[in-house]
Design a protein around this ligand. Structure first.
Ligand SMILES: [Zn+2]
Ligand SMILES: [Zn+2]
Length: 102
């Protein structure tokens, strides 16, 4: 069964890509893994989320897919990824996130 990424809504043909990391489970409330709902994301979306948001921000303000899809910080990324077939990307963690988590 292909998996649809919950964030970019691209369909990932997991059975033809022999890479178990191509879709990843994201905990909508990081660090509350036991209670957190989870969604399946493609690898680029998962990387991007954790690069632009701290776990605290994800937990407090972005713990639903609709909040993430509406986030200003993701609009350029989403416009771009939806028009590519990329399943891996290089992301650099923003300074803001690095400072808060470091
Ligand atoms: Zn995605
Ligand atoms: Zn995650």
């Amino acid at each position: 069964m292909p998996t649809t990424c919950a964030l970019c809504r691209r369909i990932i043909p997991v059975e033809t890509i022999r890479d178990p990391q191509v879709v990843q489970e994201h905990h909508l409330r990081p660090e509350e893994r036991a209670e957190s709902p989870t969604v399946m994301l493609c690898r680029p979306c998962h990387k991007q989320l954790h690069a632009v948001f701290t776990n605290g921000e994800l937990r407090e303000d972005y713990d639903t897919i609709s909040a993430l899809q509406a986030a200003d910080r993701l609009q350029d990324y989403l416009d771009w990824i939806r028009n590519t077939e990329k399943l891996d990307i290089q992301v650099s963690t923003s300074n803001r996130v690095r400072k808060r988590t470091g």
